[in-house]
Ligand binder design. Structure first.
Ligand SMILES: [Ca+2]
Ligand SMILES: [Ca+2]
Length: 227
């Protein structure tokens, strides 16, 4: 395939077939009635990137031309590495275009959490649209991560978890505990293996009352033991 470039005033590309010349990497520039053939070989650089950009983009250059590639991640992403006809993590990356090359820039979600609110920079910027450097973006007294966990909007001060309440049942354990003595409460699912669930309970010379949540626990037996 041979490419002709029409005069600039008529910026139109046309094509023509030739059978006796390999012109795949050559360009023909048509200037009015004169035709000038550029016989140089060219090397092609193809750059692939998603979640970020690379400069310069795809190019056609004279072989052995050095190119400095710079990868820039989209917000919420970090540059990770080069793959394809390049490797490593250098950025910018110097590439010698000694032949056609296809180079891929790999970007990954930014999993850092500088404001320690439990949400990564990627989640804050790209999903919840919160400030990755402020734990409580909307200033309502609840961290962004907590709001996400309970289903309120971390970017809206009118959407807060204040009114959310969850009620669970618990067991109430009472036992006689001597003054000056300490006790522990143990639990077991089979009456054979007992596991302490609270230790160092100070006796009062009367009845001691303790409450233990049964949320996400199997049915258990309880007993008190003097330590
Ligand atoms: Ca965060
Ligand atoms: Ca908040």
């Amino acid at each position: 395939m041979l490419l002709f470039q029409a005069p600039a005033a008529r910026a139109t590309w046309v094509t023509a077939e030739l059978s006796n010349i390999n012109v795949e990497t050559r360009w023909v520039l048509a200037e009015s009635s004169n035709i000038r053939v550029d016989t140089r070989d060219y090397a092609y650089l193809i750059v692939n990137a998603s979640n970020g950009t690379v400069e310069p983009p795809d190019r056609q250059l004279v072989p052995n031309t050095p190119v400095l590639l710079t990868a820039t991640p989209d917000p919420g992403y970090l540059f990770s590495k080069w793959t394809g006809d390049a490797s490593g993590t250098a950025n910018p990356l110097s590439v010698l275009l000694d032949t056609n090359k296809t180079i891929n820039a790999i970007f990954v979600p930014d999993t850092r959490d500088p404001d320690h609110d439990g949400l990564t920079n990627y989640q804050e910027i790209d999903i919840y649209h919160t400030d990755p450097n402020v734990a409580d973006t909307d200033g309502d007294g609840f961290s962004d991560g907590y709001e996400v966990s309970v289903g309120t909007d971390p970017a809206s001060a009118t959407s807060t978890p204040d009114t959310q309440m969850v009620i669970y049942t618990a067991v109430e354990v009472r036992f006689g505990a001597g003054l000056g003595k300490t006790y522990r409460v143990e639990a077991s699912t089979d009456l054979i293996t007992w596991t302490p669930i609270e230790t160092g309970i100070a006796g009062t010379g009367g009845t001691v009352t303790r409450f233990y949540s049964i949320q996400d626990t199997p049915n258990r037996f309880f007993r008190s033991v003097r330590e």
